[in-house]
Design a protein around this ligand. Structure first.
Ligand SMILES: [Ca+2]
Length: 360
């Protein structure tokens, strides 16, 4: 941390009391800054140092070296703020969520991305069964095709979430454990890369690169898809495409299965509660959903798998949105655990696809 020191007035018999008070005040301020700078670093944080020691031992690395790396991490107040629970007044709104992602700029960028990666998208579809529109939808929602991959230092973000996750969060303990694990994977990832650990940038939650993979996902699902021998999700669109397709294939994407069907809601009271109970997990035979009042069309009735009644809330006077999600809808939520996210990805991917010229 650099601190600019205010010039101290030259010694002079006429130095006023006010002036010396001002100097004293600025010295106090400097001291406070220095203190804040010290406590913002994780080198003074016992649980962080214990974590580094454990990680070093588990991975047969020198303890002092790993403690020095983790100790460089800085606590980021804005990250803590961003993961704090939303205020109770927060109103979910599918309509505005959709408008944020399915809009002309993103669709245009998606068309360009699709056009310049046509062969790669085709190859990914052939190899993994994951359609181009889905990959295009995901990368568009995540980073607007690499334009906004995040500028938060990943080491600082992950350390902050691992060791200072807000206790007001209902799942604080589980989240801290999750981010400690991600920090461990990030240490591994950065050690296998030529990029110095403090140079990595990503989202405030530690997601990285064009497809915003968490470090654990990078390790498990990222692949080299342009054949240069390096897995590079920061710069290679082909690697990003192959990795997204691989991710979905690993989570059980079914080739050619629709993601969802329209549903007309006639259910009330107990049957409605029963339909909504399993949330996004496909739990009902189509005939069962239909009988409970989640009315389905012909195609949905013939769907061979289970369905989920997915509810997306709308603000104001708009009615809530309901869809009948399939296993593939559920698979999209494994990328980001939100039905709003999954449906936005689908709608963006489809919107881009409609604009693409048909090629044989
Ligand atoms: Ca590559």
């Amino acid at each position: 941390m650099t601190t600019t020191v205010a010039p101290i007035p030259t010694a002079d018999a006429s130095v006023s009391l006010r002036r010396s008070l001002a100097v004293a005040a600025s010295l106090v301020l400097l001291a406070t800054h220095a203190l804040a700078a010290r406590s913002d670093r994780y080198r003074d944080h016992a649980p962080a140092m214990a974590f580094a020691q454990q990680w070093a031992t588990d991975n047969q690395q020198p303890v002092d070296e790993i403690q020095a790396v983790v100790g460089k991490a800085k606590r980021l107040k804005r990250v803590i703020k961003l993961v704090s629970p939303a205020p109770k007044t927060f109103q979910k709104d599918w309509f505005s969520y959709r408008q944020r992602f399915v809009e002309p700029i993103r669709i245009k960028a998606g068309q360009r991305f699709w056009a310049r990666n046509r062969a790669t998208l085709k190859l990914a579809e052939a190899q993994f069964g994951v359609p181009a529109w889905l990959v295009v939808g995901v990368i568009g929602v995540e980073t607007l095709y690499g334009r906004y991959a995040g500028k938060v230092p990943t080491l600082d973000a992950l350390a902050t979430l691992a060791f200072d996750f807000p206790e007001s969060h209902p799942r604080a303990a589980a989240r801290s454990a999750f981010f400690r694990d991600e920090l461990g994977h990030f240490l591994t990832l950065s050690r296998s890369s030529s990029t110095p650990i403090e140079a990595w940038r990503g989202s405030y939650a530690g997601a990285l690169g064009i497809p915003q993979f968490m470090p654990s996902s990078w390790k498990k699902y990222a692949i080299d898809f342009d054949g240069d021998g390096i897995v590079d999700l920061k710069n290679s669109e082909a690697d990003a495409i192959g990795s997204v397709a691989n991710y979905f294939a690993e989570f059980g994407w079914q080739r050619d299965m629709p993601t969802h069907f329209p549903v007309t809601l006639k259910a009330k009271g107990r049957p409605l509660k029963q339909l909504l109970e399993p949330d996004i997990i496909p739990s009902f035979q189509p005939s069962e959903m239909h009988a409970l009042g989640g009315q389905l069309g012909g195609k949905a009735k013939q769907h061979p798998g289970l369905l989920a009644l997915v509810k997306l809330e709308n603000a104001g006077k708009r009615r809530d949105t309901f869809i009948a999600g399939t296993q593939n809808f559920y698979v999209i939520t494994r990328y980001n655990w939100s039905s709003y996210y999954a449906l936005a990805v689908i709608k963006l991917g489809e919107a881009v696809q409609r604009k693409m010229p048909k090629t044989p």
